[in-house]
Design a protein around this ligand. Structure first.
Ligand code: KDG
Ligand code: MG
Length: 409
């Protein structure tokens, strides 16, 4: 069973997605997600110009060897563009293998280790009242765990809080993060943020009780000592995790956070290879792995990473924002169902437009996700529907301090 063609589809039903479709000479198709938020066309070009022709004629069953060929065989390796492209090839080959075997992917990974995956949703609010309403709405939709993001007095617009205005005064939804050019601008003030956030969790715990798992995402904005202060101040509110509390390029910074707090830490949604995680895992500096199948080179390396993490009692918390397409999301649901050290799965819910282009067997019931029983990944691309949503330039917002200095993502 050889690969006969490799085609790339860029479509924008609510937001941009890059999808690779591989077709074998006996007519089986496989899909892979190569979406890289704000840099979609770079990955599409990498696949079309540098990868597609290498694949045609290759044995579609040789997933490991193809992965090594694309990763190890290239002189310039790693980085988000390359690894999203390799991820798409890897996922598409797993999709094909599952369809050829007549089995959902999780069965090929060892079978189910649980009946479903605990999901967390994104609650946020510009005021205590709207935050409370957002948490209630999530609980009513079935969520048993919520991420809590809040506006901060003194900061005009903060990523992750839906109902705010950007620095220009214009209102925007943070997903899909600021369509158009140039990117919207938000502002940042670490001192204001550190003063405010603990009081928000105090109120949320008072209202919702001790049992609801609460998560919070800092989006890499604090220095190690600021992050240590936050993690320490949040300890009474017993977070499920504190995410991306420091810039991800500086793993040893988390040693300082660890020295001061037992708040569990999650990091790694922007990581691309196991090397980015090596020190964090071996030194036990994190508790949850935030990689996604899409930005980490696919199912093959994600499975290896999570098995490595298991040696250190570190669990999964795979990245599941709407900029991971339903194809990439399905891939990590299959991994999450099969592995032993599953922790939690982020779930942001794709729009109706997205779901009309990507038909999925995945289900969400009573706060639990399941990839379904369809052979392969369980996602089909409706190419006709996709064609009605052409690519639109779209960027994540950028952040500046009050004096105009660019701040970390
Ligand atoms: O593309 C960026 C988003 O995926 C990211 O901002 C979402 O931080 C995020 C999260 O935890 O889902
Ligand atoms: Mg995050």
């Amino acid at each position: 069973m050889n690969i006969a063609s490799a085609e790339v589809c860029v479509t924008s039903p609510s937001r941009n997605f890059v999808t690779l479709k591989l077709t074998t000479d006996d007519g089986i198709t496989g899909l892979g997600d190569a979406t890289l938020n704000g840099r979609e066309q770079a990955v599409a070009a990498y696949l079309r110009e540098h990868v597609a022709s290498l694949l045609v004629g290759q044995d579609a069953h040789r997933i490991e060897d193809t992965w090594q060929y694309l990763y190890r065989g290239a002189y310039w390796r790693g980085g988000p563009v390359t690894m999203a492209a390799i991820a798409a090839v890897d996922m598409a080959l797993w999709d094909i293998k599952g369809k050829a075997a007549g089995l959902p992917l999780y069965q090929l990974l060892g079978g189910a280790s649980r009946s479903g995956l605990l999901a967390y949703g994104h609650a946020s609010g510009g005021s205590p009242q709207s935050l409370s309403e957002s948490i209630h709405a999530h609980i009513e939709r079935g969520y048993r765990a919520v991420r809590v993001q809040t506006a901060v007095p003194g900061i005009r617009a903060l990523y992750g809080v839906a109902e705010q205005r950007q620095a220009t005064g214009e209102r925007y939804d943070y997903e899909p993060a600021g369509r158009g050019v140039p990117p919207p601008e938000e502002d940042w003030d670490s001192a204001a943020y550190l003063r405010h956030v603990p009081s928000v969790f105090e109120r949320v715990r008072e209202e919702f009780g001790a049992e609801l798992p609460l998560l919070h995402d800092v989006h890499h904005r604090l220095t190690p000592i600021e992050a240590a202060k936050l993690a320490q101040r949040l300890e009474p509110y017993d977070l499920f995790w504190l995410e991306d509390c420091t810039p991800a390029e500086n793993p040893q910074g988390l040693r300082i956070v660890r020295q001061h707090s037992t708040t569990p830490l999650a990091i790694g949604e922007v990581f691309n290879t196991v090397w980015d995680f090596q020190q964090l895992i071996t030194e036990q500096l994190i508790d949850y792995i935030r990689a996604s199948a899409t930005h980490f080179g696919g199912v093959t390396p994600l499975r290896k990473l999570i098995d490595f993490a298991a040696l250190h009692q570190i669990r999964s918390g795979f990245h599941g924002p709407t900029d991971v397409s339903p194809v990439g999301f399905a891939a990590q649901l299959h991994v999450g169902l099969a592995i032993h050290n599953f922790g939690i799965q982020e779930y942001m819910e794709h729009s109706e437009a997205t779901n009309s282009v990507f038909r999925q067997s995945m289900t969400f019931r009573d706060g639990m996700l399941h990839p379904g029983e369809t052979p392969g990944l369980g996602v089909e691309l409706d190419e006709k529907a996709a064609a009605a949503f052409p690519y639109q330039p779209a960027y994540l917002p950028v952040s500046r301090l009050k004096d105009g200095t660019m701040h970390d993502w």
